[in-house]
Design a protein around this ligand. Sequence first.
Ligand code: CA
Length: 235
Amino acid sequence: MKKPRILIVEDEPDIAELVAVNLRHNGFAPVWAEDGAGAQLEIDAVLPDAILLDWMLPGQSGLALARRWRSDPRTKAIPLLMITARGDEPDKVAGLDAGADDYITKPFSTQELLARIRAVLRRRAPEQASESVSVGHLTLDPSAYRVTWDQQPLRLGPTEFKLLNYLMRHPERVHSRAQLLDKVWGDHVFIEERTVDVHVKRLREALGPGGALVETVRGAGYRLTAMPASSTAAA
Ligand code: CA
């Protein structure tokens, strides 16, 4: 499995370096930015799997950045862990109100930091789960790398498998092509959106009768539903 990419936004190099070394030793891929502008450049290039955000930064504060990323559709679902040097309860509440998933107070132990990062990743990234998932007659089992319709095995390509896994773990909601590129293709953000259409078409063909569960929502994107409406499923 791909190493989770963790963006560290921290203006103190000693702390950033310490955190990065520990993350690297524990199976993460850390990236460091020293302020909001640098962090935005990293995010524009590749979406991180989680952000570690220092409260006190030069320029825009961590709080302002948290609000901004939470209001942007592209970044709003990224797990956000705020780092604060202050012990004040109102600040922590403000951080959580701004959309942080959790906070950690300096000085913190490496074990505590790792535990909290793993926790926010688990809460926010159910598609990385290894449990099987079912929608209607369709079942996907990531650990066995197996998809079945009515208990009959289906053959899917690797991209179709990832796409279906994501859709099945976020059913009954519309995903734009850009969102699917970010979530399913991940690092390859420069792939054309039309690529998504090609793989959705292949996925529908591979699913046979289950293909109708993958609906086109005109002008918006795609949705996996247990109750397909035939008018949209045909598009
Ligand atoms: Ca700082």
